[in-house]
Design a protein around this ligand. Structure first.
Ligand code: AMP
Length: 457
């Protein structure tokens, strides 16, 4: 029979690598809490309309990449409806904001999420069909300060703090303003005009989008179309005074916070809901591990999204970090650091380098404090009871099995733990245990009341 495998573009995350995922997630939670963000968890599937309306029909995501199905009604009270695995999380967060009237408090809502997203993309390193995003959104009624350029700068500074705390090297912030909903029609008219004489030379997607949604032509990745794209008008030349002033204030606040950036007038990002500030953090090619997928996160402002979804006015800004790409980056940067003869001792990323390069798939990332080896199956129960007490005292304990020969117990213990505790008939009767410490090879008899402090050492 053929064996079943994970579906193309999906994969299993295994220990010890999951330790790194946990570390990244714990760092995100810790940093975001300092900026008073709270966690939101939205459903993994939503009404297809949410993404069609929010992200935009003509985007690559909605037109090509969504996992969508017609869901049957199971009872008369239910309607059959089109459902979609979420390809991104901002639309879901804004839907929840509207559904729970979160704006009525009058305060800014600062929400973050961590979870899988789904897009039918062509899989390659750093690009999967199920991938994880860590994202955050700040939104609220205009009276809460949600439109302020301060929000944009604050969120970008938070991202810089997060990436610094993780020890990511070689990051670069690229940003642009794509204007407000009042700038957009003038720019789109200019794009249409510029595209009219050249669109027949472009790819099929561009030819269609030149008519249906000219802004999305700018997302085209076809090498043959790039020369035409470079000759098209730039959105920066179509911003009105208010959008220009907003962007200038964002840049001034970034300067004041010491967050370096580079303005790229071509950065439009592939989702329809963005307004004004859009941004990406990319990795310098030499710091990669990511190859062509060098964008580790992206985001922007979405001042009209709530209204597009039938909600009240609720300007906002958010980002999504590609967690898979962060993991690949940290792994490759740590491997590089470990390979260097004398890694910088005071860099927090490098401190873990030796640890991370030592572990291999199939063994735990960190050694247990002790491995309890029952001698004979009669001691299994006593071993489990001892393990229970030590675990409740906070130790990490592995328990072997009484059917193992002593040699095998030592081999397993040496691979999995810092100490081995031998538990035979005598030990069970006297509560004096034989303990070997692998780091120095010392073997000693230890009474029960001294066991904890020895194993902790
Ligand atoms: P987006 O939601 O398209 O703005 O993407 C935000 C970030 O999510 C990107 O910068 C990537 O780091 C990550 N990302 C997007 N699509 C994928 C994918 N298919 N596989 C892995 N990461 C992705």
């Amino acid at each position: 029979m053929s064996t079943l495998k994970a579906v193309r573009g999906t994969r299993d995350l295994l220990p010890p690598e999951t330790k790194l995922w946990q570390h990244i997630e714990a760092t995100a939670r810790e940093v975001f809490a300092r900026y008073s963000f709270g966690e939101i968890r939205t459903p993994i599937f939503e009404d297809t309309q949410l993404f069609a309306r929010g992200v935009g029909e003509e985007t690559d995501i909605v037109s090509k990449e969504m996992f969508t199905w017609e869901d049957r009604a199971r009872a008369q009270s239910e309607k059959a409806q089109s459902l979609t695995l979420r390809p991104e999380n901002t639309a879901g967060v804004v839907r929840a904001y509207i559904e729970h009237s979160l704006g009525e408090s009058g305060h800014l809502q600062k929400l973050y999420y961590i979870g899988p997203q789904f897009r039918r993309e062509r899989p390659q390193r750093g690009r999967y069909r199920q991938f994880w995003q860590i994202g955050a959104e700040v939104l609220g009624p205009p009276s809460s300060g949600s439109e302020s350029p301060l929000r944009d700068a604050e969120i970008l500074e938070m991202l810089a703090a997060f990436l610094d705390q993780l020890g990511i090297r070689g990051r670069k912030l690229i940003l642009n303003s794509v204007g407000s909903s009042s700038d957009r029609p003038r720019y789109i008219a200019a794009l249409r005009e510029a595209l009219a004489p050249v669109k027949s030379q472009m790819c099929a997607d561009c030819q269609r989008r030149a008519d249906t949604n000219p802004l999305r032509v700018l997302d085209c990745k076809h090498p043959e179309d790039q020369a035409i794209l470079a000759s098209l008008p730039k959105i920066a030349d179509f911003l009105d005074d208010a959008s220009r002033a907003h962007f200038a204030s964002v840049l001034a606040a970034l300067d004041a916070c010491g967050v370096p950036y580079q303005v790229n007038p071509r950065l439009v990002r592939g989702l329809d809901y963005y307004t004004r500030t859009t941004f990406e953090f990319v990795l310098e090619s030499t710091e990669g591990g990511l190859g062509s997928q060098n964008a580790i996160l992206g985001g922007g402002r979405y001042d009209g999204l709530s209204e597009m979804l039938g909600g009240p006015r609720a300007p906002g800004i958010g980002f999504a970090i590609g967690e898979d790409r962060l993991v690949l980056t940290l792994q490759s940067q740590r491997e590089k650091a470990a390979a260097e003869v004398n890694p910088a001792a005071n860099n927090p990323a490098d401190n873990n380098a030796a640890d991370m390069s030592r572990v291999t798939a199939g063994t735990p990332a960190l050694l247990a404090d002790a491995y309890i080896a029952p001698l004979g199956e009669a001691q299994n129960i006593a071993a489990l009871a001892l393990a229970r007490d030590l675990r409740r005292a906070g130790l990490t304990i592995e328990v072997g099995d009484g059917s193992f020969r002593l040699k095998k117990s030592f081999e397993f213990a040496n691979a999995l733990a810092r100490h081995i505790v031998i538990l035979g008939e005598d030990e069970a009767a006297t509560s004096i245990y034989t303990v070997k410490t692998f780091s120095n090879g010392e073997q000693q008899k230890i009474p029960r009341n001294e066991l904890l402090s020895l194993l902790q050492s």
